[in-house]
Ligand binder design. Structure first.
Ligand code: AMP
Ligand code: ZN
Ligand code: FE
Ligand code: FE
Length: 282
C-alpha cells in the first residue's frame, strides 16, 4: 500500500487544484493521499469528491505554520474537525497576517528595485488560497525575472533574506493543543529540513510528545539519510510514530507525488486517534 501524507494544492502554494492533485496521486499509483494545505482546509471537499471517482483514499489534513525562537516550525494536523471554532479562528488569524506580511515583503522588494508589484503577486494567489512566499516567487517567474521558484527563493526570499517579513504564527505547543482540541492527530513536519547538521527541532519532539504530539516526519525530500535516522531514533524513545511523505507542491518544487511514503501502521495509528473527521475511502 502506497501512502503519501503531505501535499499542497492551489488552496495554498501548490500548483494543482485539489481534484487534480488527487487525480495525480491516483495516476502515480498511490492508494492513499493526505491533503495538507498551509493554514487552510477549504480543499477537502473537492479532494474527497475527486477521490471517489478515481478510487483512492483521502486523509483530510492541514499544515499549521508555527514559530519557535524566530524559526518557522510546521505542524501537520490530520482528521481535525473542520468546524472547530478555536482552530478556525487561529487559521483565520494566520492567513490574514500572511496577507499583510506578503504586502510588506513586496513593498521592500520593489523599494530595492526588484521589478515586482502588488498586482503581479495578487494575480498569482488563487481566490481563497493561503498566500505565501511561493506566490511572490511565481510573480517573479511570470515576469521573467527568474526562471524558477527556487531561484527566487535563493536570491530574495529565503528566511535570512533582508526582504523576509514574519507573520503571526502560534507556538508549536499551542498548535499541538489546538489540533488535539479539534479531535485531530498532530505530526511534526520535516523537523530537520531547515538547517542541516544542527538538530534544534528534534528537541521539540521530546518537548511535544508528552503534550500530545503523535508522530514526526522522518522520510521527507529535505531529509538526508542521517536526518532520517536521527528522527527515527528520537521517535523511538519518545514513543511517537514516524511518517514519510513527498510534501508535493505540483510544479512548485521538483518532487513527484508519492516520492516518499508512510507505513500503513502509522496511518492506522492516525485513524485510531483522530476523531474530528474521517478518512474518506472510495
Ligand atoms: P511562507 O510560509 O510563506 O513563509 O513560505 C514557506 C513556503 O515556501 C513553504 O511551503 C516552502 O515549501 C516554500 N519554499 C521554501 N523554500 C522554497 C524553495 N527554494 N523553492 C520553492 N518553495 C520553497
Ligand atoms: Zn508550501
Ligand atoms: Fe512544511
Ligand atoms: Fe508542506
Amino acid at each position: 500500500m502506497r501512502i503519501d501524507l503531505h501535499t499542497h494544492s492551489t488552496r495554498s502554494d501548490g500548483t494543482d487544484a485539489p481534484a487534480a492533485l488527487v487525480e495525480a496521486a491516483a495516476a502515480a499509483g498511490l492508494d492513499v493521499v493526505a491533503l495538507t494545505d498551509h493554514d487552510v482546509m477549504s480543499g477537502w471537499d473537492d479532494a474527497i469528491t475527486a477521490a471517489g471517482s478515481v478510487g483512492i483514499t483521502v486523509v483530510p489534513g492541514v499544515e499549521i505554520s508555527c514559530e519557535r525562537d524566530g524559526r518557522s516550525v510546521h505542524l501537520l494536523g490530520y482528521l481535525v474537525d473542520p468546524a472547530d471554532s478555536a482552530l478556525l479562528a487561529e487559521l483565520d488569524l494566520a492567513r490574514s497576517s500572511r496577507a499583510t506580511r506578503l504586502t510588506r515583503m513586496v513593498d521592500l522588494l520593489a523599494a530595492d528595485g526588484i521589478p515586482i508589484t502588488q498586482d503581479h503577486v495578487a494575480a498569482q494567489v488563487p481566490p481563497g488560497a493561503t498566500p505565501g512566499r511561493p506566490h511572490v516567487a511565481d510573480a517573479l517567474v511570470a515576469a521573467g525575472v527568474v526562471p524558477t521558484r527556487d531561484e527566487a527563493f535563493r536570491r530574495w526570499l529565503a528566511d535570512d533574506s533582508p526582504y523576509y517579513v514574519r507573520y503571526y504564527a502560534p507556538d508549536p505547543a499551542a498548535a499541538v493543543a489546538l489540533v488535539r482540541g479539534a479531535g485531530g492527530v498532530p505530526v511534526l513536519a520535516h523537523p530537520l529540513a531547515a538547517r542541516r547538521g544542527v538538530a534544534p527541532t528534534l528537541a521539540l519532539v521530546e518537548e511535544l510528545a508528552p503534550l500530545g504530539l503523535a508522530g514526526v516526519e522522518a522520510d521527507h525530500p529535505d531529509h538526508d539519510a542521517a536526518a532520517r535516522r536521527a528522527v527515527r531514533a528520537v521517535a523511538r524513545h519518545t514513543g511517537v510514530f514516524v511518517t514519510g511523505s513527498s510534501d508535493y507542491h505540483g510544479t512548485g518544487k521538483p518532487v513527484r507525488i508519492g516520492a516518499e511514503c508512510t507505513d500503513p501502521d502509522a496511518l492506522a495509528a492516525i485513524e485510531a486517534l483522530g476523531t474530528g473527521s474521517a478518512v474518506a475511502r472510495p
